[in-house]
Design a protein around this ligand. Structure first.
Ligand SMILES: [Zn+2]
Length: 349
């Protein structure tokens, strides 16, 4: 009898060891918001991407990195059972509101729940050609001023003194870097390394690359070509292309050619040219050798006949319209036309 139970126990131990050995590294890329630009359509959340890394035993969830945090980020995270406390770091591509409006909400809840300090990684102050300063550091250091002024921070702190006196801003460890022409590592932890590169959209815009043993993901943000308008070789960023070389996944904001100045929508040419065309992204993803291209921040959104204040020539676009544009660029990998909470897993299950 003893002999049998010993054999059974050995079997259980062997099975456990086998499971541990099979717990391979994995990552997920989840679009927490896909709205492009300041307007809102049909409940879409503002731009953001959650990259989550781990192994099979924790459902790829050991380390959660948020890239941009547009309107409604907290709502989308709640739908996948992620609380702000679980985020390990937040990276911002630029300080336009459609990429940052959700950050006060995320930080306020993290503060309320008494989460630990968090790295918020972004560009150092950058002066635009018109002389304005884009300051991520200022944005974050004033992230909850209204709640300080209203008295809420003091009141909630009186209920629990473990909450920091300065409110959510006190939780933020702002890590800034000067975006360069070549990629530089701006954050790392264990097996995970995040690099950044300068890219063109507004001053201080940066694009990121996450490298993990399960694969690599590039977050292009709203990057476009340094040449602000045609004639130019393509609308995409040469820096992002270098950053994406050999990456598995490219997540990128995009605009459809239908909003171009030649199509009569009235959409401002300057805004059109500072985004990457879906067709050019297809060509870039092909040159970079990416396996997956995830389109996000779609302009126009799927299914709307109006983009912001302008009519979409020919009417609302479908997923097939974006897919066709990417294919026209020659990309033969997997095209994902993003909607909120679209999820990609590496390796695929
Ligand atoms: Zn944007």
């Amino acid at each position: 009898m003893k002999q049998i139970s010993r054999i059974a126990l050995a079997g259980v131990v062997l099975a456990a060891l086998t499971t541990a050995a099979q717990a391979g590294p994995c990552l997920t890329v989840i679009l927490t918001g896909t709205q492009g630009g300041p307007s809102v359509f049909n409940g879409q959340a503002g731009a953001g991407t959650l990259v989550s890394y781990g192994d099979d035993s924790n459902n790829c969830g050991a380390m959660k990195l948020q890239f941009d945090a547009g309107r409604g980020t907290n709502m989308r995270l709640s739908q996948i059972n992620v609380t702000p406390v679980q985020l390990r770091a937040i990276f911002l591509t630029h300080i336009h509101g459609d990429h940052t409006e959700g950050l006060p909400d995320v930080m306020m809840l993290r503060w309320y729940l008494k989460g630990p300090k968090i790295d918020i990684v972004c560009s150092a102050d950058a002066v635009s050609t018109l002389g304005f300063t884009n300051s991520c550091r200022n944005y974050v250091s004033h992230i909850a001023d209204a709640f300080l002024q209203s008295g809420e921070i003091a009141e909630r702190r009186s209920e629990d003194s473990a909450r920091l006196a300065g409110g959510p801003a006190d939780l933020a460890n702002v890590v800034t870097f000067d975006p360069k022409e070549e990629r530089q590592v701006v954050w790392s932890s264990g097996d995970v390394k995040v690099s950044a590169i300068r890219s063109t959209h507004i001053s201080g815009h940066a694009s990121y690359r996450v490298d993990t043993p399960a694969g690599s993901v590039v977050i292009g943000g709203d990057a476009s070509n340094d040449v602000p308008a045609p004639p130019r070789a393509h609308s995409t960023s040469d820096q992002v292309e270098r950053l994406a070389n050999g990456a598995d996944v490219i997540v990128h904001s995009t605009i459809h050619p239908v909003l171009g100045p030649d199509r009569g929508s009235g959409f401002p040419a300057q805004s059109f040219y500072r985004q990457s065309l879906a067709s050019d992204l297809g060509a870039m993803a092909k040159r970079a050798g990416a396996k997956y291209l995830m389109l996000t921040h779609l302009a126009p959104s799927l299914g709307t006949a109006r983009h912001n204040r302008w009519n979409v020539p020919g009417g609302a676009l479908t997923e097939a319209d974006y897919r066709k544009a990417v294919e026209a660029g020659g990309f033969t990998g997997t095209i994902i036309v993003g909607t909120d909470l679209t999820t990609l897993r590496l390796p695929a299950k």
